[in-house]
Design a protein around this ligand. Structure first.
Ligand SMILES: [Ca+2]
Length: 127
C-alpha cells in the first residue's frame, strides 16, 4: 500500500504539530500552536511560546486543567506555571500577570468545569 503522507519542503517528517521538535523527542506531539495563549475563549494576549521539550504554554495550561478537579487547584497550577516561566526569564512579569488574570477571569465566569476542561482557541469553538 502506498504511503500517502507527504511533506512540504522544510517540514520535518514525524513532527505532527509542526513545532520543529520531532515527535520522538516531543513531550507534547500534538501541541496547541495558537499564536497567543487562549483560555476558554479568552485571549490572554501572551505569546504562546514553545518551551524546551516541545510543549507550548497553552499545552502546560491544558495540563493544569486536565489535572485539576476544581477551580482552586486550576488557579494554583496556572500561578505556579506562570511564576516558573517568569523566574526562568521566558515571560515578563506583565505577561505573568496577564496569564494569571486570564485564568482568574475564566474561573470567575465559572467556565472551568473540572477534569478534562478544554483550553482552545475561540475560533475553534472548543469547550
Ligand atoms: Ca509539540
Amino acid at each position: 500500500m502506498l504511503n500517502t503522507c507527504t511533506y512540504a519542503a522544510g517540514d520535518l517528517p514525524g513532527d505532527e504539530d509542526q513545532d520543529g521538535v520531532a515527535d520522538p523527542e516531543d513531550a507534547c506531539p500534538q501541541s496547541n500552536m495558537s499564536p497567543t495563549v487562549v483560555i476558554a475563549g479568552r485571549d490572554s494576549g501572551v505569546a504562546n511560546i514553545l518551551l524546551a521539550g516541545g510543549c507550548t504554554i497553552s499545552d502546560k495550561i491544558a495540563a493544569c486543567s486536565a489535572a485539576a478537579a476544581q477551580n482552586g487547584a486550576f488557579m494554583s497550577c496556572v500561578v505556579r506555571l506562570s511564576s516558573n516561566l517568569e523566574e526562568e526569564g521566558i515571560i515578563t512579569s506583565d505577561q505573568k500577570r496577564a496569564l494569571d488574570v486570564c485564568a482568574a477571569r475564566t474561573v470567575q465566569a465559572r467556565e472551568f468545569k473540572g477534569h478534562g476542561w478544554f483550553i482552545g482557541t475561540a475560533d475553534r469553538g472548543n469547550f
